[in-house]
Design a protein around this ligand. Structure first.
Ligand code: PXP
Length: 251
C-alpha cells in the first residue's frame, strides 16, 4: 500500500518577527509566502496572536488575498479571533493554546479540560464553513476528545520530541517519538486527518515523514533560520527533499 502524499505548510510568523524588530515594512511575510509557494510549499501557515507580536491583522488579510495555495490560520479560541477568522475565510483554522508569557506555543490544546468551551466553538467555525484543526498533544485522550468535538483534523505537537532530540536526550526522544507514532495511527484509525508540527528540522522532519498516517507538516522557525544561510527557497527545497526521503521509508 502506498502512503498518501505529504504536504508542507510553511509558517511565515518569524519573517514578521524580524520585520517587527524594526517596525518598518521589511521583510514582508507575504513576499516570503509567495516565495515559499514558488519553492514548493503546499500551503502557508500564520498565527495571529492576541498580542500581535509577529503576524498582524493586515498581514492575514494580505496573505489570504495574495496566495494561490491554502492559508492555515492559527489562532486561540477567542471570540475576537472567531470574528476575524470568519471574515478572512481561510482554508483552515488551527486552534492553539496561547499564553502571553510563552515564547512559542507550549503544549497542545487542553481539549479534555476545555471540552465544554471548545465544543460549541468548533461547531460554530464548522457551520461558518471553516475546516477546523486542533493542535493537540500526541495522546489517545486528546485524540478521543478531538473526535468528540467532530474536528476533522488534528495537528500533533512534535515539540517535546524535537526538544529531546535537540538536547541529546535520546531515551526521552524515542519515548516522545513513539507517542507521536501511536497517536498518528490511533487518530487515523478513528477517521481524523493527521498533521504534525512544532520544532521540526531536516532530521526530525525526515523521520516523522515515515509515519504514513501524517499528511501535512507545518514548519516555520527552522526554515526562517536556515533562510539566513541558504535562502528561503533553498531551505524549503531541502526540507521537501528530507520529507520525500522520509516518506520513502514509510511502512
Ligand atoms: N504548528 C503549530 C500549531 C504551531 O503553533 C507552530 C508554531 O507557531 C508550528 C506548527 C510551527 O512550529 P515551528 O515554528 O517550531 O516550526
Amino acid at each position: 500500500m502506498t502512503s498518501p502524499p505529504l504536504r508542507l505548510g510553511v509558517n511565515v510568523d518569524h519573517v514578521a518577527t524580524v520585520r517587527n524588530a524594526r517596525g518598518g515594512p521589511r521583510p514582508d511575510p507575504v513576499r516570503a509566502a509567495l516565495l515559499a509557494i514558488e519553492a514548493g510549499a503546499d500551503g502557508v501557515t500564520a498565527h495571529l496572536r492576541e498580542d500581535r507580536r509577529h503576524i498582524n491583522d493586515a498581514d492575514m488579510a494580505r496573505l489570504k488575498a495574495a496566495i494561490s495555495k491554502p492559508l492555515n490560520f492559527e489562532m486561540a479560541a477567542t471570540e475576537q479571533m472567531l470574528d476575524i477568522a470568519v471574515a478572512t475565510a481561510p482554508h483552515a483554522v488551527c486552534l492553539v493554546p496561547e499564553k502571553r508569557t510563552e515564547r512559542t506555543t507550549e503544549g497542545g490544546l487542553d481539549v479534555v479540560g476545555q471540552h465544554d468551551y471548545l465544543l460549541p466553538y468548533v461547531d460554530q467555525l464548522t457551520r461558518e464553513g471553516v475546516r477546523v484543526s486542533l493542535f493537540i498533544e500526541p495522546s489517545t485522550e486528546a485524540i478521543d476528545a478531538a473526535v468528540l468535538m467532530k474536528a476533522p483534523v488534528v495537528e500533533l505537537h512534535t515539540g517535546a520530541w524535537c526538544h529531546a532530540v535537540e538536547v541529546g536526550d535520546m531515551a526521552r526522544a524515542e519515548a516522545e517519538f513513539a507517542r507521536v507514532a501511536q497517536a498518528a495511527a490511533y487518530g487515523a484509525a478513528l477517521g481524523l486527518e493527521i498533521h504534525a508540527g512544532h520544532g521540526l528540522d531536516y532530521e526530525t522532519a525526515r523521520r516523522v515523514s515515515a509515519l504514513p498516517q501524517i499528511v501535512e507538516l507545518n514548519i516555520g522557525h527552522f526554515l526562517v533560520g536556515e533562510a539566513i544561510f541558504v535562502g528561503l527557497g533553498e531551505a524549503i527545497r531541502r526540507m521537501r527533499e528530507a520529507m520525500e526521503q522520509g516518506r520513502a521509508q514509510a511502512f
